[in-house]
Write a protein that binds this ligand. Sequence first.
Ligand SMILES: NC(=O)c1ccc[n+]([C@@H]2O[C@H](COP(=O)([O-])OP(=O)(O)OC[C@H]3O[C@@H](n4cnc5c(N)ncnc54)[C@H](O)[C@@H]3O)[C@@H](O)[C@H]2O)c1
Ligand SMILES: O=C(O)C1=N[C@H](C(=O)O)CCC1
Length: 256
Amino acid sequence: MSKQRVAIIGAGGRMGVEAVRAVGAADDMELVATLGRNDKLETLTEAGAEVAVDLTHPDAVMGNLEFCVRHGIHGVVGTTGFTDERLATLRGWLAEAPGVGVLIAPNFSIGAVLTMQFARQAARFFESAEIVELHHPGKADAPSGTATRTAEMVAEARAAAGLGPQPDATTSALDGARGAVVAGVPVHSVRLSGLVAHQEVLFGGDGEILTIRHDSMNRGSFMPGVLLGIRRIGGVPGLTLGLEHLLDPHSLDLDG
Ligand SMILES: NC(=O)c1ccc[n+]([C@@H]2O[C@H](COP(=O)([O-])OP(=O)(O)OC[C@H]3O[C@@H](n4cnc5c(N)ncnc54)[C@H](O)[C@@H]3O)[C@@H](O)[C@H]2O)c1
Ligand SMILES: O=C(O)C1=N[C@H](C(=O)O)CCC1
Protein backbone atom coordinates (compact mmCIF):
# COMPACT_ATOMS: atom_id res chain seq x y z
CA MET A 1 0.00 0.00 0.00
CA SER A 2 1.34 3.46 -0.85
CA LYS A 3 2.22 5.77 2.02
CA GLN A 4 0.19 8.88 2.72
CA ARG A 5 2.07 12.04 1.74
CA VAL A 6 1.90 14.37 4.74
CA ALA A 7 3.00 17.98 5.27
CA ILE A 8 3.21 19.82 8.59
CA ILE A 9 2.60 23.57 8.76
CA GLY A 10 4.03 25.13 11.91
CA ALA A 11 6.64 22.38 12.07
CA GLY A 12 9.04 24.32 14.32
CA GLY A 13 6.52 24.95 17.10
CA ARG A 14 5.83 23.02 20.32
CA MET A 15 3.21 20.82 18.63
CA GLY A 16 4.86 20.85 15.22
CA VAL A 17 8.09 19.30 16.50
CA GLU A 18 6.13 16.44 18.09
CA ALA A 19 4.07 15.94 14.94
CA VAL A 20 7.20 15.80 12.73
CA ARG A 21 8.52 13.06 15.02
CA ALA A 22 5.23 11.13 15.07
CA VAL A 23 4.62 11.27 11.30
CA GLY A 24 8.28 10.42 10.63
CA ALA A 25 7.92 7.29 12.77
CA ALA A 26 4.64 6.14 11.17
CA ASP A 27 5.19 3.28 8.68
CA ASP A 28 2.20 4.25 6.55
CA MET A 29 3.14 7.94 6.14
CA GLU A 30 5.79 9.92 4.31
CA LEU A 31 6.66 13.39 5.60
CA VAL A 32 7.01 15.33 2.34
CA ALA A 33 7.16 18.94 3.61
CA THR A 34 7.66 20.93 6.82
CA LEU A 35 6.66 24.58 6.71
CA GLY A 36 7.49 27.45 9.05
CA ARG A 37 6.26 31.03 9.19
CA ASN A 38 8.37 32.21 6.22
CA ASP A 39 7.75 29.30 3.87
CA LYS A 40 5.52 29.58 0.80
CA LEU A 41 2.35 27.50 0.75
CA GLU A 42 3.24 26.45 -2.83
CA THR A 43 5.76 24.12 -1.14
CA LEU A 44 2.75 21.91 -0.34
CA THR A 45 1.76 21.40 -3.97
CA GLU A 46 5.36 21.12 -5.16
CA ALA A 47 5.90 18.34 -2.60
CA GLY A 48 2.71 16.54 -3.64
CA ALA A 49 1.20 16.66 -0.14
CA GLU A 50 -2.10 14.78 0.22
CA VAL A 51 -2.77 15.82 3.83
CA ALA A 52 -1.56 18.99 5.60
CA VAL A 53 -1.48 19.20 9.38
CA ASP A 54 -1.91 22.77 10.65
CA LEU A 55 -0.36 23.57 14.04
CA THR A 56 0.25 27.29 13.67
CA HIS A 57 -1.65 30.28 15.07
CA PRO A 58 -5.25 31.51 14.93
CA ASP A 59 -4.09 34.42 12.71
CA ALA A 60 -2.52 32.08 10.14
CA VAL A 61 -4.77 29.05 9.94
CA MET A 62 -7.55 30.37 7.68
CA GLY A 63 -5.12 31.41 4.91
CA ASN A 64 -3.42 28.02 5.11
CA LEU A 65 -6.75 26.19 4.91
CA GLU A 66 -8.02 28.21 1.98
CA PHE A 67 -4.89 27.27 0.03
CA CYS A 68 -5.16 23.59 0.99
CA VAL A 69 -8.84 23.20 0.16
CA ARG A 70 -8.51 25.03 -3.17
CA HIS A 71 -5.60 22.74 -4.09
CA GLY A 72 -7.34 19.49 -3.09
CA ILE A 73 -5.22 18.87 0.02
CA HIS A 74 -7.02 17.41 3.06
CA GLY A 75 -6.54 19.29 6.34
CA VAL A 76 -5.97 18.06 9.89
CA VAL A 77 -6.17 21.13 12.08
CA GLY A 78 -5.17 21.49 15.72
CA THR A 79 -4.86 25.25 15.60
CA THR A 80 -7.46 27.10 17.66
CA GLY A 81 -9.62 30.16 16.99
CA PHE A 82 -12.56 28.63 15.11
CA THR A 83 -15.59 30.89 15.53
CA ASP A 84 -18.96 30.06 13.91
CA GLU A 85 -18.12 32.63 11.24
CA ARG A 86 -14.81 30.93 10.41
CA LEU A 87 -16.49 27.52 10.27
CA ALA A 88 -19.10 28.91 7.85
CA THR A 89 -16.34 30.32 5.61
CA LEU A 90 -14.55 26.97 5.66
CA ARG A 91 -17.77 25.12 4.79
CA GLY A 92 -18.16 27.47 1.81
CA TRP A 93 -14.67 26.62 0.51
CA LEU A 94 -15.31 22.90 1.02
CA ALA A 95 -18.61 23.09 -0.86
CA GLU A 96 -16.59 24.10 -3.92
CA ALA A 97 -14.08 21.28 -3.42
CA PRO A 98 -15.97 17.97 -3.41
CA GLY A 99 -13.90 15.11 -2.02
CA VAL A 100 -11.72 17.30 0.21
CA GLY A 101 -11.97 16.73 3.96
CA VAL A 102 -10.93 18.97 6.84
CA LEU A 103 -10.81 17.89 10.48
CA ILE A 104 -10.95 20.68 13.06
CA ALA A 105 -9.90 19.06 16.33
CA PRO A 106 -10.13 21.34 19.36
CA ASN A 107 -8.14 18.65 21.17
CA PHE A 108 -6.35 15.57 19.79
CA SER A 109 -5.93 13.76 23.12
CA ILE A 110 -8.31 10.87 23.74
CA GLY A 111 -8.79 11.90 27.39
CA ALA A 112 -9.83 15.42 26.44
CA VAL A 113 -12.22 14.09 23.78
CA LEU A 114 -13.78 11.83 26.42
CA THR A 115 -13.95 14.73 28.90
CA MET A 116 -16.05 16.67 26.40
CA GLN A 117 -18.31 13.65 25.80
CA PHE A 118 -18.77 13.03 29.53
CA ALA A 119 -19.49 16.73 30.10
CA ARG A 120 -22.18 16.66 27.42
CA GLN A 121 -23.68 13.58 29.08
CA ALA A 122 -23.67 15.14 32.57
CA ALA A 123 -24.85 18.63 31.64
CA ARG A 124 -28.62 18.09 31.80
CA PHE A 125 -28.51 16.77 35.38
CA PHE A 126 -26.98 19.85 37.07
CA GLU A 127 -28.22 23.42 37.41
CA SER A 128 -24.67 24.85 37.55
CA ALA A 129 -21.72 24.28 35.19
CA GLU A 130 -18.38 26.09 35.00
CA ILE A 131 -15.07 25.29 33.26
CA VAL A 132 -11.51 25.90 34.41
CA GLU A 133 -8.85 25.48 31.71
CA LEU A 134 -5.19 25.55 32.73
CA HIS A 135 -2.30 25.88 30.26
CA HIS A 136 1.38 26.80 29.86
CA PRO A 137 2.06 30.55 29.73
CA GLY A 138 3.24 30.42 26.09
CA LYS A 139 -0.28 29.72 24.89
CA ALA A 140 -1.49 32.23 22.28
CA ASP A 141 -5.19 32.40 23.13
CA ALA A 142 -7.82 32.28 25.86
CA PRO A 143 -10.17 30.66 26.48
CA SER A 144 -8.70 27.47 25.02
CA GLY A 145 -10.32 25.90 21.97
CA THR A 146 -11.11 22.85 24.08
CA ALA A 147 -12.86 24.88 26.77
CA THR A 148 -14.82 26.84 24.19
CA ARG A 149 -16.02 23.64 22.49
CA THR A 150 -16.79 22.01 25.85
CA ALA A 151 -18.87 25.04 26.88
CA GLU A 152 -20.79 24.88 23.58
CA MET A 153 -21.49 21.17 24.06
CA VAL A 154 -22.64 21.71 27.66
CA ALA A 155 -24.86 24.59 26.53
CA GLU A 156 -26.41 22.48 23.73
CA ALA A 157 -27.21 19.69 26.22
CA ARG A 158 -28.68 22.17 28.73
CA ALA A 159 -30.87 23.75 26.06
CA ALA A 160 -32.06 20.35 24.79
CA ALA A 161 -33.07 19.47 28.37
CA GLY A 162 -34.94 22.74 28.79
CA LEU A 163 -32.60 24.14 31.46
CA GLY A 164 -32.63 27.92 31.82
CA PRO A 165 -29.82 30.27 32.82
CA GLN A 166 -27.58 29.19 35.69
CA PRO A 167 -28.23 30.51 39.21
CA ASP A 168 -25.81 33.37 39.95
CA ALA A 169 -26.58 36.31 42.24
CA THR A 170 -23.03 37.70 42.14
CA THR A 171 -22.38 41.26 40.99
CA SER A 172 -18.71 41.47 39.96
CA ALA A 173 -16.77 44.56 41.00
CA LEU A 174 -14.07 43.78 38.45
CA ASP A 175 -14.49 42.74 34.81
CA GLY A 176 -13.42 39.14 34.35
CA ALA A 177 -13.88 38.09 37.96
CA ARG A 178 -16.50 35.55 36.88
CA GLY A 179 -14.52 34.41 33.85
CA ALA A 180 -15.47 34.65 30.19
CA VAL A 181 -19.00 33.50 29.48
CA VAL A 182 -19.16 31.09 26.50
CA ALA A 183 -22.70 30.10 25.48
CA GLY A 184 -23.84 30.86 29.04
CA VAL A 185 -21.09 28.82 30.70
CA PRO A 186 -18.36 30.69 32.65
CA VAL A 187 -14.84 29.69 31.57
CA HIS A 188 -11.81 30.54 33.72
CA SER A 189 -8.33 30.54 32.12
CA VAL A 190 -5.18 29.85 34.17
CA ARG A 191 -1.71 30.36 32.60
CA LEU A 192 1.05 28.89 34.76
CA SER A 193 4.64 27.76 34.20
CA GLY A 194 4.92 24.00 34.54
CA LEU A 195 1.49 23.29 33.05
CA VAL A 196 0.93 21.71 29.62
CA ALA A 197 -2.84 21.42 28.94
CA HIS A 198 -5.49 20.71 31.58
CA GLN A 199 -9.21 21.18 32.05
CA GLU A 200 -11.80 20.80 34.80
CA VAL A 201 -15.51 20.79 34.10
CA LEU A 202 -17.46 21.48 37.30
CA PHE A 203 -21.11 20.58 37.71
CA GLY A 204 -23.19 21.50 40.77
CA GLY A 205 -26.63 20.44 41.93
CA ASP A 206 -28.50 20.08 45.19
CA GLY A 207 -25.96 18.69 47.67
CA GLU A 208 -23.50 17.32 45.11
CA ILE A 209 -20.62 18.34 42.88
CA LEU A 210 -19.28 16.42 39.89
CA THR A 211 -15.78 17.34 38.69
CA ILE A 212 -14.44 15.93 35.40
CA ARG A 213 -10.72 16.59 35.07
CA HIS A 214 -8.25 15.85 32.31
CA ASP A 215 -4.48 16.44 32.24
CA SER A 216 -2.16 16.30 29.24
CA MET A 217 1.26 15.88 30.84
CA ASN A 218 3.15 16.15 27.55
CA ARG A 219 2.47 16.82 23.87
CA GLY A 220 2.96 13.17 23.00
CA SER A 221 -0.58 12.79 24.37
CA PHE A 222 -1.90 14.55 21.25
CA MET A 223 -0.04 12.45 18.68
CA PRO A 224 -2.24 9.31 18.41
CA GLY A 225 -5.11 11.69 17.60
CA VAL A 226 -3.06 13.58 15.02
CA LEU A 227 -2.12 10.30 13.28
CA LEU A 228 -5.70 9.05 13.42
CA GLY A 229 -6.89 12.28 11.82
CA ILE A 230 -4.31 11.94 9.02
CA ARG A 231 -5.33 8.32 8.36
CA ARG A 232 -9.07 8.94 8.32
CA ILE A 233 -9.73 12.44 6.94
CA GLY A 234 -9.29 11.47 3.27
CA GLY A 235 -12.35 9.22 3.57
CA VAL A 236 -14.59 11.90 5.10
CA PRO A 237 -15.25 14.76 2.67
CA GLY A 238 -16.42 18.10 4.06
CA LEU A 239 -15.96 19.49 7.55
CA THR A 240 -15.51 17.24 10.58
CA LEU A 241 -15.63 19.11 13.89
CA GLY A 242 -14.09 17.01 16.66
CA LEU A 243 -11.92 13.89 16.64
CA GLU A 244 -14.76 11.88 18.19
CA HIS A 245 -16.41 11.64 14.75
CA LEU A 246 -13.42 9.70 13.39
CA LEU A 247 -13.14 7.21 16.26
CA ASP A 248 -14.30 3.67 15.60
CA PRO A 249 -17.08 3.02 18.16
CA HIS A 250 -16.23 -0.69 18.33
CA SER A 251 -12.45 -0.54 18.63
CA LEU A 252 -10.01 0.44 21.33
CA ASP A 253 -7.35 0.80 18.67
CA LEU A 254 -6.33 4.40 17.97
CA ASP A 255 -3.90 3.26 15.27
CA GLY A 256 -6.44 1.75 12.89
N1 LIG B 1 -5.83 20.46 19.02
C1 LIG B 1 -4.91 20.13 19.93
O1 LIG B 1 -4.92 19.02 20.49
C2 LIG B 1 -3.83 21.12 20.26
C3 LIG B 1 -2.83 20.80 21.19
C4 LIG B 1 -1.85 21.75 21.44
C5 LIG B 1 -1.90 22.98 20.79
N2 LIG B 1 -2.90 23.25 19.94
C6 LIG B 1 -3.00 24.51 19.20
O2 LIG B 1 -2.04 24.44 18.14
C7 LIG B 1 -1.57 25.77 17.86
C8 LIG B 1 -0.05 25.76 17.97
O3 LIG B 1 0.32 25.50 19.31
P1 LIG B 1 1.86 25.44 19.75
O4 LIG B 1 1.89 25.36 21.23
O5 LIG B 1 2.57 24.42 18.94
O6 LIG B 1 2.34 26.91 19.30
P2 LIG B 1 3.81 27.42 18.94
O7 LIG B 1 3.76 28.90 19.02
O8 LIG B 1 4.81 26.66 19.75
O9 LIG B 1 4.00 26.96 17.41
C9 LIG B 1 3.36 27.56 16.33
C10 LIG B 1 4.34 27.51 15.17
O10 LIG B 1 3.66 27.95 14.00
C11 LIG B 1 4.51 28.82 13.29
N3 LIG B 1 3.71 29.64 12.42
C12 LIG B 1 2.98 30.74 12.73
N4 LIG B 1 2.38 31.22 11.62
C13 LIG B 1 2.71 30.39 10.61
C14 LIG B 1 2.41 30.35 9.23
N5 LIG B 1 1.64 31.27 8.65
N6 LIG B 1 2.93 29.35 8.48
C15 LIG B 1 3.72 28.40 9.02
N7 LIG B 1 4.07 28.40 10.33
C16 LIG B 1 3.55 29.38 11.10
C17 LIG B 1 5.28 29.57 14.36
O11 LIG B 1 6.47 30.15 13.83
C18 LIG B 1 5.54 28.44 15.36
O12 LIG B 1 6.74 27.74 15.02
C19 LIG B 1 -2.27 26.69 18.84
O13 LIG B 1 -3.43 27.22 18.24
C20 LIG B 1 -2.66 25.74 19.97
O14 LIG B 1 -3.74 26.20 20.71
C21 LIG B 1 -3.88 22.35 19.66
O1 LIG C 1 -1.21 24.23 24.30
C1 LIG C 1 -2.19 24.66 23.66
O2 LIG C 1 -2.18 25.78 23.10
C2 LIG C 1 -3.39 23.83 23.53
N1 LIG C 1 -4.34 24.24 22.73
C3 LIG C 1 -5.57 23.57 22.50
C4 LIG C 1 -6.72 24.38 23.06
O3 LIG C 1 -6.69 25.63 23.00
O4 LIG C 1 -7.69 23.78 23.53
C5 LIG C 1 -5.58 22.15 23.00
C6 LIG C 1 -4.88 21.98 24.29
C7 LIG C 1 -3.47 22.55 24.24
